[in-house]
Design a protein around this ligand. Structure first.
Ligand SMILES: *Cc1c(COP(=O)(O)O)cnc(C)c1O
Length: 357
């Protein structure tokens, strides 16, 4: 039976990316070796990094003066690296969910942190608006897509009087971004870009090196800018898969086409959630609904059907639709590689189940 992969992360990748990765594990280009057994300093690997960086810059229209880094440690290490490198006295954070809160907590180790707004009062079912960012903060940090709660800020940038840093782990390359408005954009690659083990960072070179503290070598963005992501051994295989995925995004028509596809998928599924008597969406402001992670629950009067629907859908090939424990219900993660047919298959499931009840 065909599986429809709605996993939240690690998650779906284009089939051709997986096949080409598998091929490179057996034999990498014409080296006669597996990509698993070559040096990251081998002459045939440098072009992989160079092309991946070039495609990042091309697809996101990254202006001059920015570096693209491929690191380890996950987005979670960036929660620490960001304040280490940018927080001198005070930083401002928008608290929109579990990951935003973790980033905020980490920053508190480095200075004063102002939580400009939070939607914790409603279990993060909306994005706070009309908050004030202190003009004397070193930077403002937000999370563009809240993977767990299914809210998203899709604006190409967020207005701020101070430099902006953004965790784009789960919506990178799914909509256009005005990179020039940020000093740092980072994320774990395992949601929308590559297999687990790779962290991407887009950093404005001139923003680095301004704090007065000593930053440990490995945690200093300068080290990785100067080292071209080769200061130590980078995650070779996930970088190669990321390159293949970036080529796929380009072939498909770029970020604008990814955004169009994301909207089509989301429109289809949200329309069914809103129509179907059994279900309702969990995000209260419709404009805040994520195109990447679509969260829904059973309506109150059908609550006891939850386990039954999960089994019904699973038997029909749906994978990974169980909601995160902090939200409950269901979450359909629809990342870049997700075909519309998979969303249609889930919608069909929901309609069939409704008819039976
Ligand atoms: C998954 C996720 C993280 C954590 O990423 P790791 O790479 O596992 O550290 C951080 N932020 C967001 C928005 C995420 O979705």
């Amino acid at each position: 039976m065909k599986k429809h992969n709605f996993n939240a992360g690690p998650s779906i990748l284009p089939r051709e990316v997986i096949e080409q990765t598998a091929q490179a594990v057996l034999s990498f280009e014409d080296t006669g070796l597996s990509i698993l057994e070559i040096s990251h300093r081998a002459k045939y690997f440098q072009p992989v990094v160079d092309e991946a960086v070039a495609l990042f810059k091309e697809l996101l229209h990254i202006p001059e003066g920015y570096s693209v880094l491929f690191l380890g440690g996950g987005a979670s290490l960036e929660f620490c690296m960001v304040p280490y490198n940018f927080l001198e006295k005070k930083a401002a954070y928008l608290n929109t969910g579990t990951w935003a809160k973790k980033a905020l907590k980490e920053a508190k180790n480095f200075g004063e942190v102002v939580e400009v707004a939070s939607s914790v009062d409603s279990n993060f079912t909306y994005i706070p608006k009309n908050y004030v960012i202190p003009a004397d903060a070193d930077y403002f940090h937000y999370t563009s897509n809240n993977t767990i709660f299914g809210t998203e800020i899709r604006a190409p940038f967020v207005e701020s009087p101070v430099p902006v840093v953004c965790d784009m782990s789960s919506d990178i390359f799914s909509h256009p971004v005005d990179v020039s408005k940020y000093i740092c954009i980072y994320g774990g690659a395992q949601k929308n870009l590559a297999p687990a083990g790779l962290t991407f960072v887009i950093v404005k070179d001139e923003a680095v090196g301004k704090v007065s503290r000593t930053v440990p070598t490995m945690l200093n963005y300068r080290t990785h800018i100067d080292g071209g992501s080769m200061f130590n051994t980078p995650p070779v295989l996930p970088i190669y898969s990321a390159l293949l995925n970036l080529r796929w995004i380009k072939k498909m028509g770029g970020v604008e086409v990814m955004a169009q596809r994301a909207k089509e998928r989301a429109d289809l599924l949200y329309a069914e959630i809103d129509r179907n008597k059994l279900f309702r969406g969990t995000v209260t402001d419709k404009e805040d609904r994520s195109y990447m992670n679509i969260c829904f629950v059973m309506n109150e009067e059908y609550k006891d059907l939850e386990a039954e629907f999960l089994k019904f859908a699973t038997d029909k090939g749906m994978v990974g639709i169980k909601g995160h424990r902090s939200v409950g219900g269901f979450r359909a993660s629809c990342y870049n590689a997700m075909p519309l047919e998979s969303v249609q298959a889930l919608v069909d499931c929901m309609q069939e189940f409704e008819k039976a009840h």
